[in-house]
Design a protein around this ligand. Structure first.
Ligand SMILES: [Zn+2]
Ligand SMILES: [Zn+2]
Ligand SMILES: [Zn+2]
Length: 288
């Protein structure tokens, strides 16, 4: 059975399958305009783009998109770690077990529901977020559950006394320079023209004429500048892996520039202007 059919069977109507990163982005932009929580099941290796590139674009369209990355590679592989750093919500090894997928989507829906709910008198929200995060700060718990830090702290102390929660080391995290929220997402862009329209690629430097450009400009191994053929790697040319190339201005850069965007108030700020907040860290004690 295909994932698509499995999701339909679970009752999800709005399931779309795209075979390329480009087609996926187009569909995503359409869906993001509606008020749905977009959940993206992303294959690490697409024919036209890799997952990190797709995620950069996804988050620029909707900074709170949830991306579940599926890949056959091991989790400790650099590329997967990189993708998680770039904001993937979680990673599922291929082949995806349908049960796992069902659970993940359920958690995402619950999270969304709790975030949308009006604050209630009960403390169930705090417990919920303790359950869904391996470690979480007091600050974040208070914000997610829409409660005062002092109230959350009192409740956590109770849980601690009951042996259900342990206090871990303090957590330092970025908060919005405008509203203080810790729901912050990253935004990547070209350091030269600030466009987010860039791609990852391989650069080729032709030693003889000094031309440096993306590998697909060397059609049939012909240098686009001097029209001579490039022959032996390391001898007359070299490849520089994992570079970013701006599609709008042509700038080439090893790392995209990065800003932060507050999910709550949409304030955009640089790392230098970020406020760092430190608060107590907590983790749910695992039973058994
Ligand atoms: Zn803010
Ligand atoms: Zn640019
Ligand atoms: Zn050349």
């Amino acid at each position: 059975m295909l994932i698509h059919d499995f999701l339909k069977k679970l009752g999800y109507e709005n399931v779309h399958t795209c075979n390329t990163g480009k087609a996926g982005m187009k569909k995503f932009e359409e869906l993001a305009k509606s008020d749905h929580l977009p959940i993206v099941l992303l294959d690490y290796n697409l024919p036209d783009m890799n997952a990190s590139e797709v995620m950069l674009q996804l988050f620029n369209v909707k900074s709170d998109a949830k991306v579940i990355l599926e890949t056959a590679e091991e989790k400790d592989d650099e590329t997967v770690k990189d993708a998680l750093r770039h904001g993937a919500y979680l990673y599922l090894p291929k082949p995806i077990r349908f049960e796992n997928l069902k659970n993940v989507i359920k958690i995402l829906e619950d999270e969304k529901k709790v975030l949308d709910d009006q604050p209630s008198e009960e403390q169930h929200g705090v417990e919920y977020f303790l359950k869904t995060n391996t470690r979480i700060s007091l600050k974040r718990l208070a914000e997610y559950s829409k409660k005062q830090e002092a109230d959350v702290m009192a409740f956590l102390k109770e849980l601690e006394d009951q042996g259900r929660v342990s206090r871990i080391e303090s957590i330092k995290e970025i908060s919005c320079s405008n509203c203080g929220s810790v729901r912050i997402s990253q935004y990547f862009f070209c350091p030269s023209c600030h466009s987010s329209n860039f791609k990852q690629g391989k650069l080729i430097e032709h030693f003889k004429c000094g031309n440096v450009s993306i590998d697909d400009t060397y059609k049939d191994s012909i240098c686009p500048k001097c029209r001579k053929e490039i022959k032996i790697i390391g001898v007359d040319y070299r490849a520089i892996e994992n570079y970013y190339i701006c599609i709008d201005c042509g700038e080439k850069f090893p790392e995209p520039a990065q800003d932060y965007i507050c999910v709550k108030c949409n304030n955009r700020f640089t790392l230098e202007h970020a406020h760092w907040v430190t608060s107590e860290g907590f983790a749910l004690k695992t039973t058994n």
